[in-house]
Design a protein around this ligand. Structure first.
Ligand SMILES: *Cc1c(COP(=O)(O)O)cnc(C)c1O
Length: 423
């Protein structure tokens, strides 16, 4: 399978005339289609809802699109809660899944009426003292041990080493206590593996959670209203990787639901998801220009974008496919390291990548940056965050976040005459 940009060189040239590179661009059509496919795959479940993981792409314009498609928002911090509130998410439109949670964050989540997902057993007391226990409450589960999708096991993770969630014993005790403290509606949440490329992840996770839900009912009398499968459904970053089939995933969860929950008299449990990457990654790209070349022991192409705009290759060695716009049909007969300008040798979007010959000024399209792309950005080396652009369904485009300027960079020490940069 070859990877094809969701827009054309002509369109990008038109945009670049108004908005200089680098920028992240998002595809409204793709975002809507992805959301609709997800809702279709889980249409068998009456209460199904996707709570988009805001941290993946915290842009209100994109969140508005997702809201129109029926999504709520999963937040993990004060500012993400503010953002969801601004976008018009109300009460149970917001899930609050946070850890090492500051008091202020709990208070705001409570004030907004968000569904609070308790990461730890000790947080029951913390929340009780801060705000009281809300009527609807969720607990995050960590089954410990190792997580495998199957014996072939192309997904393996180690929940026992993860900082999230409550142990089996704790979560059962938690529901008892929460019930005593007046909670009326209960949910359970778990996130056991990330960026999974298999249709088995959600079904296997669902099986674990559904069996635990039955046990909770037997041991505590608490009947869960919802089970949140959280994020973790992955996308094929590499051209030769097979994509997940969300319809098959939805059917796999349904099978586990009908085998485990329905016979236990729990056929009205709503399924929630908190997908970030699956929803947005393929529907965004980082658009940059080749600005420098270098010929030493290796061949280098330097971009006007750097790891501050897309951190995944630098921190995880993550693969992001690259298209040199307009050269799609030329042979990939040049081996390059494609770099940014940070003073860190890990600032490479690609290492030893076979690409067509790149000339200065070529538009470089870096695929699949729509989630955990812009949002992981930072200001190292004084680099400024880029703009974000929305490619609308009708083919027009809109600036949905301007690029930072030096004034933004200096804003936080703008407090004395001596170090005031705003004048
Ligand atoms: C990061 C995160 C998600 C989204 O994960 P993806 O891998 O992007 O799907 C969902 N829920 C929680 C609690 C998270 O921390």
């Amino acid at each position: 399978m070859s990877k094809v940009p969701f827009t054309t060189k002509e369109k990008l040239e038109e945009i670049i005339k108004e908005i200089p590179t680098p920028f992240h661009i998002y595809d409204e059509k793709g975002i809507r289609e992805t959301a609709r496919k997800l809702y279709d795959a889980f249409s068998w479940n009456k209460g199904f809802r996707e709570y988009f993981a805001v941290k993946a792409t915290p842009n209100p314009y994109l969140m508005e699109i997702l809201k129109e498609e029926g999504c709520g928002f999963d937040c993990s911090s004060y500012t993400e809660l503010m953002l969801s509130d601004k976008v018009g998410a109300k009460q149970h439109d917001i899930m609050f899944s946070s850890n090492a949670t500051p008091d202020e964050d709990f208070k705001l989540a409570y004030k907004l009426g968000a569904i609070i997902n308790l990461d730890d057993f000790t947080h029951i007391d913390v929340l009780d003292k801060l705000t009281g226990i809300p009527e609807t409450i969720c607990c995050r589960y960590n089954p410990g041990g190792e997580f495998k999708t199957s014996e072939k096991g192309n997904v393996m993770d180690t929940p026992k080493d993860a900082k999230y969630g409550m142990t089996h014993e704790q979560i059962i005790e938690a529901y008892k206590i929460l019930k005593e403290k007046g909670a009326k509606h209960f949910g359970m949440h778990a996130f056991l593996a990330s960026n999974t490329l298999t249709n088995e992840y959600y079904p296997v996770l669902a099986g674990i959670l559904f069996r635990t839900a039955v046990e909770i009912k037997e041991k505590t009398g608490v009947q869960l209203s919802f089970i949140n499968l959280s994020g973790g459904v992955g996308v094929p970053y590499k051209p030769d990787q097979p994509a997940n089939d969300i319809k098959v995933i939805g059917e796999g969860v349904r099978k586990a639901y009908e085998e485990i929950l329905v016979p236990a008299g729990m056929g009205d449990v709503a399924i929630f998801t908190e997908l970030g990457r699956y929803m947005l990654a393929p529907n965004g790209a980082l658009v940059a220009k080749a600005i420098r070349e270098k010929h030493i022991y290796k061949e280098y192409i330097g971009l006007d974008a750097c790891a501050a705009n897309l951190m995944r290759p630098a921190i995880y060695g993550a693969y992001h496919h690259i298209t040199v716009m307009g050269k799609e049909n030329q042979p990939c007969d040049h081996k390059y390291d494609i770099t940014g300008g940070l003073c860190e040798n890990c600032d490479k979007f690609a290492v030893d990548r076979m690409l067509p010959k790149i000339d200065i000024g070529d538009i470089i399209y870096i695929h699949d940056t729509g989630a955990h792309g812009f949002s992981m950005g930072y200001n190292y080396n004084g680099k400024l965050r880029s703009a974000e652009v929305l490619l609308k369904e009708d083919g027009s485009f809109k600036l949905i976040r301007r690029a930072e300027t030096p004034k933004d960079y200096f804003a936080t020490f703008d407090f004395s005459d001596k170090y005031s940069f705003s004048k």
